[in-house]
Design a protein around this ligand. Sequence first.
Ligand code: ADP
Ligand code: MG
Length: 324
Amino acid sequence: MKVVGGLGEFGLIERLSKLAPGASELVKGIGDDCAVIRVNDTLLLATCDVMIEDRHFRRTTLSPQDIGWRAATAGVSDIAAMGGSPLFCLVTLACRADEEIAFVEDVYRGIGQIFAEYGIALAGGDTARTSGPFTLDITTVGQVSGERCLLREGARPGDMLAVTGPPGLSAAGLHALENGHEAPALIAAHARPRPRVAEGQWLCYSSAVHAMIDVSDGLAQDSGHLAEESGLGVDIEPERLRPSPALQNYCREHGLDASALMLRGGEDYELAFAIEADAAEGVVTSLNERIGLGAAVIGRFTDAWRGVRVGGETFSESGFDHFR
Ligand code: ADP
Ligand code: MG
């Protein structure tokens, strides 16, 4: 019997996508952070993300409010990755009959907190009983205010790769939570990630920015998606990829490899984007001045080869895949 594990997450999606139709109103269907749908003069964005207990989170390491906040983060970040703003969400909840009401309410309080912060309305959802793990699936709908949104495709040869902030903090925060270490800044990055909605919109207004993705599965893997969708290769320059002081100290203290966390760690929800070489340093500097992040130029796109390289060496170990 053939099983999905052998295909991997992206191989499975590729096969399934051939079995149901798209539509002409779809500006972009499967293959980006959001689906893009033209309705009259507006570009609507839609995305959904599931969060399953003991797969995506443990209630032993995260508070119920943090679980709720994080469940909504992925969709809000996917909207940010298109340069859009989130409007409303539908929340599907599956839980056991003997689940504590207080737990479920606290999860919803966390969802309410991120919705309040980003001006998102709870528009509905669905509820079901399960004998399996506690599961939240959140559909997020948003829109683009300008004429265009930023797709993963569109990077050009010679473009630089840049990020809105330092990667690897969330992975280190999870390590700290699981090992009972004190590291408040890293734990906050994991428990309360802040999707870069304002930054994504600001980048979308700049014609020098050609493509964008959010870093949910790991910097190397997600930069690879930008390159692949654009028909290019991307070289991440390790000397430009500097760990934040908190990450550097934590890794030194606990014998961890900061570069591995920065390249492979997922769920940072920073934005990675392709930008014209001439404009890259200026845009990153004004991003840092305006918003005060650790934005940086970290690599370059090329048409000489495909895939992801780090310092010129092929990077083969990928980031997160649900079936691998
Ligand atoms: P992200 O990490 O940004 O949330 P994913 O890697 O989850 O993106 O998804 C990549 C693309 O595949 C998206 O366009 C998503 O809508 C699509 N996709 C994922 N799972 C399925 C599925 N089961 N059926 C159809 N499309 C899917
Ligand atoms: Mg995404």
